[in-house]
Ligand binder design. Structure first.
Ligand code: HC3
Length: 383
């Protein structure tokens, strides 16, 4: 055993961390349901995570300002790369390591918005709903109505353990649509990268992105983003190389754009030699209604007691509140099966096959070739 093993784990929890790691070996499935030692618990529910897509709402809004298909495809890529820092490193920055988020209950909701500012037009709104508990699936809808931009998607995870790391395959996809002044609708299918959670041995988990993901537009422009960690392209963590290729039928005389850098800091467009993305400036927090004004199903109200316990290190209180929520959920499911009813989603409708995924996925041979989706019902509170 290395001398540094478990060095980030509080002395009293070293035993339970070791047991947690042992239980991970050979594990495949839903990691969120596993019991983990208190030091690794986060007070935030997974329903809040879709907000990471829009912490730089000016980049989201700017997509609509692109004058050509190429300019908009580049703007989508820039916005996408700029979300990665929040999505995958923000817990390390705010809490010292990756943590285990609260496992949302079926029907849990998270609403918020980013107000318009002098640097961008239009309010951007977010509606999130936990659309499945086993397996956990979160659906979201983000919209800047004034700019005609919508992002709808859902995500779940399949986890396995390999070589001392947790491998997380993201299941799900997102579709971005832009309503152009001409009346045309531009679509972008976004697949999601694979994650590797390293640093487990030391009790200090962090995420490295792996392999590739794609952003395919119905205009034919395709971004392929390739991720590498320490010791690959540049030896640096969080390294990526993105290639934006023109459509086969392109009437544009352009070679592919190649962008390289580290997704948690900055990158360069190798075609122009200029800066591409830069996330070193502060991000913009989402505005959420005060807890007193939230309904029982809204995430921060629902988990208030648990989150307070975790933040204050009072894990007994956290466990009591968590047990209460879980018992209520179990009872609800029992009542439903006794009454022959099923839970009705509030903001989304499940479809077995997403036609956008199927149509655009074919252009870059996505796997699997078809995927289900959750269609937004246009009934969120901030619309
Ligand atoms: C794997 C993960 C839950 C899923 C999180 C996702 C993939 C959710 C969608 C977001 O857009 C991006 C995202 C970021 C982080 C992912 C989480 C990291 C850890 C968590 C596991 C369920 C908990 C792992 C437990 C431990 C102790 C290793 O932290």
């Amino acid at each position: 055993m290395s001398e540094q093993a478990g060095e980030a784990v509080p002395a009293a929890q070293k035993g339970s961390w070791t047991s947690f790691l042992k239980s991970l070996a050979g594990f495949t499935g839903d990691l969120s349901a596993m019991t983990a030692p208190p030091f690794i618990l986060s007070p935030t529910s997974l329903t809040e995570f879709p907000a990471y897509w829009c912490e730089r709402p000016e980049l989201f809004a700017a997509i609509a300002d692109g004058k050509t298909e190429q300019a908009r495809a580049l703007a989508v890529l820039k916005w996408f790369i700029s979300t990665l820092k929040g999505q995958y490193t923000s817990r390390n920055e705010s809490m010292g390591s990756e943590k285990k988020p609260l496992n949302p209950v079926l029907g849990e909701l998270f609403y918020g918005y980013w107000p318009p500012t002098t640097t961008r037009e239009g309010k951007t709104t977010l509606v999130v709903e936990q659309v499945s508990h086993h397996p956990p699936i979160t659906a979201y809808h983000i919209e800047n109505a004034q700019k005609g931009i919508i992002l709808t998607g859902h995500n779940a995870q399949k986890t396995s353990f390999s070589g001392g790391s947790i491998i997380v395959k993201q299941v799900g996809h997102a579709v971005l649509t832009v309503s152009l002044p001409s009346g045309e609708i531009e679509e972008y299918l976004i697949t999601l990268p694979r994650l590797r959670i390293d640093g487990l041995w030391y009790g200090s988990p962090y995420i490295e992105l792996a392999e590739t993901n794609c952003i395919q537009s119905n205009t034919g422009w395709l971004s392929t983003i390739e991720y590498k960690g320490k010791g690959y392209f540049s030896g640096k963590s969080h390294t990526f190389k993105a290639t934006l290729t023109p459509p086969a039928h392109a009437h544009v005389s352009t070679s592919p754009h190649v962008i390289e850098g580290t997704w948690h800091t900055t990158s360069k467009d190798l075609n122009t030699g200029g800066a591409f993305h830069d996330v070193t400036s502060p991000k913009e927090e989402i505005t959420v209604a005060p807890i007193e004004e939230q309904s029982e199903w809204e995430s921060r109200k629902l988990w208030f007691g648990v989150a307070k316990g975790i933040r204050e290190g009072d894990f007994e209180t956290a466990a009591t509140f968590k047990g209460k929520i879980e018992n209520e959920q179990r009872q609800r499911r029992k009542d439903e099966s006794a009454g022959g009813t099923t839970w009705e989603l509030k903001h989304f409708k499940h479809v077995d096959n997403d036609p956008v995924y199927e149509r655009l996925g074919k252009l870059f041979k996505v796997h699997p070739p078809t995927e289900d989706a959750y269609v937004y019902l246009n009934n969120g509170p901030h619309s």
